[in-house]
Design a protein around this ligand. Structure first.
Ligand code: SF4
Ligand code: SF4
Length: 111
């Protein structure tokens, strides 16, 4: 699964350096210009589902959500529901694991 950034985003930029996968961009056009796919319904800042792994292999929780000062701004993307949602994150799926491996990461399944 992937996360997305809602329109509640205040464009503070705090999440960008925290992402281990460089999955967060300041704009849709920036992400797409670099060949990434961006789902619908995102704010100014966006997360590309091509690169977001929920921080698997790096952290126990999604770092964008952890550092974001706005509640419910970095949330599960309903268009990529193969995971279990942030509240039940331990259930990693083959899709998420494949994505992490493609990006060259190991992973830890906390399930
Ligand atoms: S969940 Fe992790 S990998 Fe995905 S966008 Fe947020 S910080 Fe990046
Ligand atoms: S930390 Fe939150 S409010 Fe700041 S740019 Fe990222 S998503 Fe937007």
């Amino acid at each position: 699964m992937s996360l997305l950034i809602t329109t509640e985003c205040i464009s503070c930029g705090a999440c960008v350096p925290e992402c281990p996968n460089e999955a967060i961009f300041e704009s849709r056009s920036d992400a797409e210009a670099k060949g990434n796919h961006v789902g619908e319904g995102q704010g100014d800042y966006v997360i590309t589902n091509d690169r977001c792994t929920e921080c698997v292999g790096h952290f126990d929780e999604p770092q964008c959500s952890a550092v974001c000062p706005v509640d419910n701004c970095c949330i599960s993307d309903p268009a990529y529901p193969e995971g279990q949602g942030l509240e039940r994150r331990p259930k990693l799926t083959s899709v998420t694991i494949r994505r992490a491996r493609r990006l060259g990461h190991g992973f830890v399944n906390h399930g």
